[in-house]
Design a protein around this ligand. Sequence first.
Ligand code: FAD
Ligand code: AMP
Length: 478
Amino acid sequence: MSDSYDVVVIGSGPAGYVCAIKCAQLGLNTAVVESWADPKGKPVFGGTCLNVGCIPSKALLDSSHKFTEARDHFSVHGIDVGAPAIDVAGMMKRKDKIVTQLTGGVSSLLQHNGVTVAQGNGKLLSGRNVEVTAADGQKAVLSAANVVLASGSEPVTIPPAPTDDAVIVDSTGALTFDEVPRRLGVIGAGVIGLELGSVWGRLGSEVVLFEALDTFLPMMDAQVSKEAAKVFKKQGLDIRLNALVTGTSLKKGAVTVTFTEKGEEKSAEFDRLIVAVGRRPRTKDLFSSDSGVTMDERGFVFVNDYCATEAPGVWAIGDIVRGPMLAHKGSEEGVMVAERIHGKLVQLNYECVPSIIYTHPEIAAVGKTEQELKAEGIDYKAGSFPFAAIGRALASGETDGFVKIIADAKTDRILGAHAIGPSAADLVQQMVITMEFGGSAEDVQLMVFGHPTMSEAVHEAALAVDGMAIHMPNRKRR
Ligand code: FAD
Ligand code: AMP
């Protein structure tokens, strides 16, 4: 292994591995350092996303969704499969296989692109030298013209609910339960809490979610949050707002949770408890104090709009920097940094990063919410269209939810798109593309949408922006 590179990337999550591949494609001599190792000491690629995040959670969400389809929805199609049973071990095996396939795929891609791989813990020293400490304690130093920090994040723990990896678990533990808990508590009704609560709720757990805030999904458009609360309640998720967990006690394989709900002290018992109260950047011991890199009090590395840190030639991307903790945001930062190192002044449009909650119905958003525009004093017009009036949605029995588009009142330019319902993520992605091209509501109104498709809800929502939807009576025009 050479010890001098054009680029050394620390971390091989979706931010780091994409950056490394892009750098190699651009002809840069690139190495990636990864601390995660399998029992044989070989590096495990793909980070949180592929191993314990996006992918395994979506595998379980899809399995559990299929289970509810068979249990609750097949009969209306005239399909009688009797009462389905869940084989948790089988479901986990399938999830693990998908993870192995994808992490192995990243390994092959790194190899195919000629990226050098170093297993070990990377630490940036001064002068863009990276010290790598392997699992066996051996140290090596890689020097680089550019270093990219991409060490990702880890679950936040809270003193009232210390995890024991058995009864009280974090998101990683909740992906490996060996049976369906009868009573499941979840602390935090954010994206991860809702997704994991949904998986086990669908399979039969009685799920209670404790959320300290008094608003449900405050980052989403309020109309979407309201619809989501209604649908999740119908599904049996017991979401307690204004409920702050203050303590836990373990006894005989169960946990008693004490919490303050709207000022009142209460308690409840569960067989399993998932702590899903957020994630924090993994920046402890990532760089020496003389490296020139700085971070805020919460551990996020300071970067400019282009992910350059305060140390020349050192960049930081993904969950360790400002912005949403999302795999695709980190990957595109990785691409931007690779291009910049190579000399092309690419820039990322942070206004157009979509966010998705993979519950059923799915929830997705890009751009501004109504409440943000009101707070910013921007005059806008909004239109929404329900899936209940979309032929394809009726044919699929997926009639909950709607698509909503918000446009600037003066220029008609689309400022935000929000959806809850079937294919919400893919429909919002259509608006990401439209917004990237500076598209207006009228542009979408004049496009041809295939029939019958879920996309027709996008078309109709754009028409509804001007009170001109065809397949529903329109509200009085503004
Ligand atoms: P990570 O994926 O955390 O990767 C960092 C890598 O760096 C790790 O492999 C780590 O071992 C390595 N590393 C750390 N320190 C060092 C060091 N000093 N030396 C060497 N290596 C080091 N996001 C989405 O966009 N969509 C989703 O559906 C989604 N679902 C999620 C579900 C769950 C349950 C969780 C927990 C997260 C989910 N996320 C989702 C978030 C997503 O996983 C993260 O935003 C994403 O993985 C961040 O990418 P990253 O490359 O910055 O860091
Ligand atoms: P997210 O950051 O989207 O993963 O959401 C985590 C959620 O957990 C936030 O909405 C927090 O308000 C919530 N939370 C954090 N601590 C507690 C607590 N002790 N009790 C209940 N909810 C909490």
